[in-house]
Write a protein that binds this ligand. Sequence first.
Ligand code: C5J
Length: 230
Amino acid sequence: MPTITAARPAAYAFDLHTTALLVIDMQRDFLEPGGFGESLGNDVGQLRRTIGPLTALLAGARAAGLTVLHTREGHLPDLSDCPPAKLERGAPSRRIGDPGPNGRILIRGEYGHDIVDELAPLPGEPVIDKPGKGAFYATGLDELLAERNVRSLLVTGVTTEVCVHTTVREANDRGYECLVLADCVGSYFPEFQRVGLDMIAAQGGIFGWVADSMDVLAVLPTTPVLQPSS
Ligand code: C5J
């Protein structure tokens, strides 16, 4: 089994047949000016450093034949799946559903809601639309992972302390092992990035493991692993 000895709090071994790469919310609404992230007063430039390493990791995971899944946070055009508290919170310059330069903020089908060009999903890669911060809440993700016999997740995306953390916590409670790739997750707040990662690996790995994408790329095969016959 590939093993990442540099992972913290301890070495992380994973079975290529039961591991998937999860790319969380790498959407224009979080990473580009004019979207939801910026409407809350954030510097979206803080997140863009994740695109380079994640592009390389995505290529490596695809070459190795791993299951790759993407998520997008967003709401139906009539906002019926958006709790009023979420809509009203934060005193944003633009609210969810308001028009912006990339279309209506955080609304499914709008340009800003979609994934940045560099990380566009390939045909056949599942894209899970989620109304919440966690990727398991009100989605079919758990069932989809079960169908594919996935038990461990390489977790990437934005933002570290919000959707990445919520998803890792949900996954942990459902029995998935999570390795979070530090250079492929991003926060608008450098201190939240550091503490968010520390919280995952603390207490003997209370939520999972943390490593860098280079450590994963170093142990991934460069040709697809065959799925075991069922
Ligand atoms: C936020 C997310 N930060 N994808 N969403 O609202 O982390």
